[in-house]
Design a protein around this ligand. Sequence first.
Ligand code: NAI
Length: 366
Amino acid sequence: MIDLILTVNQVVAILYKGFQAAVQEPRLLGTTENSLGLKAWLNSLGHEFVVSDDKEGSNSDFQKHITDAQVLITTPFHPGYLTRDLFERAKNLELCVTAGVGSDHIDLNAAVDHKVQVLEVSGSNVTSVAEHVVMSILLLVRNFVPAHEMIERGDWAVSDIARNAFDLEGKVVGTIGAGRIGYRVLQRLKPFDCKELLYFDYAALPEAAGKAVGARRVEDLKDFVSQCDVVTVNCPLHEGTRGLVNKELLQSFKPGAWLVNTARGAICDKDAVAEALKNGHLRGYAGDVWNVQPAPRDHAWRTMKNPLGGGNGMVPHYSGTTLDAQARYAAGTRSILENYFAGQPQEPQNIIVGVKGYETKAYGQR
Ligand code: NAI
């Protein structure tokens, strides 16, 4: 006789609240209200499913439930920060799933030490972000935000805008990181007839891929930024990239360069960027990622400006959470869970940390 043992897993999800918007728009799947579309399915399998947005401090739902959770689902948009201390307490934890791309809010080295797997839905929102990058580059270079604000104010002073507006054609644009997003940015920029497209990455693009976009690799970071009119950051946050764009590196940027960062806020030094924008060394800074999320109300990046009163293209973290992206990362999260419950192998491209340690080179050269 075969004994049937029904395993009940506790699945904990930390998501952002969607409020009225999530009720009106069921495609906002990444919200606590719509719970990645997983609730009925997980309950039908008999699993316990705890969903909350409450993630900070020892009394938070996140910290209370992590002690029992077998599976943790988080999202980079409202990151539940899983520190080494919390790993110590998460005795039952076997799997962390990032609904989206970017798992730096999990202490990955601690995950390796505790033999907890970390998976992402790789590729799920890379086009969404690449489009946002191209938009951000254009809105900075063309001085769009102050132009629109002027119109809303009821003013009309063309030269106040035009004095700081340029064409992207003929400029040098470079990406730090030429993976899924960085490469898509290069592909999308090709028709703009930039003077040159550059990339800085410890992994060289395959020859044919590099040729297809006409991108040149520069191996020294200072040398790379000194050649760029526009720098876009598209690498993961890890020990080797935290604070990478700091005061010292900014000094090697061309005076009046534009910087776009949709990768992670902590890759750029908050104060050094604000200062470089204020003194005009940077003409503009745009992105959707912040060193702490949600960003405090007084975060310098909310209101920083260049000497002409523009150059700020900051928005909340949403480039990778369009409705199209949410459908993809919700489906990808379910498929990871299905594999896990069935004891099936996971898609290799989704595995950041596997049972034997790191399975990707994207989070540092290991
Ligand atoms: P990917 O893994 O396809 O590419 C990352 C690339 O960065 C790799 O080619 C890797 O070699 C390179 N890299 C790593 N460390 C580097 C370093 N020190 N210097 C230069 N290059 C380095 O990742 P993908 O899909 O392109 O995503 C990149 C990052 O974008 C994610 O890790 C995440 O932080 C961020 N992201 C942001 C989103 C948003 O909504 N704002 C959504 C999705 C991703």
